[in-house]
Design a binder for this molecule. Sequence first.
Ligand code: SF4
Length: 282
Amino acid sequence: MDIVRAETAGFCMGVDLALKRLDALVENEAHGPVLTFGPIIHNPQVLEDYARQGVRVAKSPDEIPAGSQVVIRAHGIPRDTERNLEGRGAEIIDATCPRVKKAQILIGRMAREGRIVLLYGESEHPEVKGLVSYASAGAFVFDSPEELLDFPFESGEKYCLAAQTTQDKTVFKEMIRALQERPGIDVAVLETICDATRERQKEAIAIARAVDFMVVVGGMDSGNTRRLAKVVADEGTPCVHVEIAAELPLDRLRGLSRVGLTAGASTPKKLIDEVQAVLEKL
Ligand code: SF4
């Protein structure tokens, strides 16, 4: 069996940096209680591994004991939550992805110019909640071009169009064009979309077209992993989404000549390697 493994499979830069910050804390023998504010990534195996090393997950600032070290994950957090955390007497390790941080800073700057932020994203996503907290002149979150075009724009008002870092760039460009075609709207555009998701999807599609079967590795709770499996399935290539090697459907895989392998941005290399090792034995 030939195995075609995606070069982009696994951690994106933001996840990698956040985990390195957490690893450095855990490895320091003199550390006090270490917590993450929310699950550090959407991968149950990684979370179990950290739990075994004593890392706890806090869901609210009230759960942070004084003297502890608390890691803010790659999605970032809202400003008021950050202020609450600062008041807890804990050391805060800000592992917000640099790309998310940049989006927060730019949105804050636009808000100070009095611009209302039009944010393309999922309103319940933690990153979006964080970004909106920087939009002090007001924000509108939407997840389709239709919703944006239905927005009651007012003449004399200033706007800023931005996006959650993992949104689709092509759709965002359509939105920019649609707004530019409307006369009399003062709108500044922030290019906040990160290419990590798009690159993974592009490569997964290219591989899916050249193989008999695709294996996508990653947490069932990981949105970007689920979307990877979906773009592969949309190509019509048979595909399976597994979290670990033991979940591979060996009966379906035996006898295939070319199998593609990719993984979401929150999947550790170790789990991808284990899946590859099982495939190689077939
Ligand atoms: S997908 Fe992009 S913005 Fe989001 S954490 Fe990864 S590198 Fe950062």
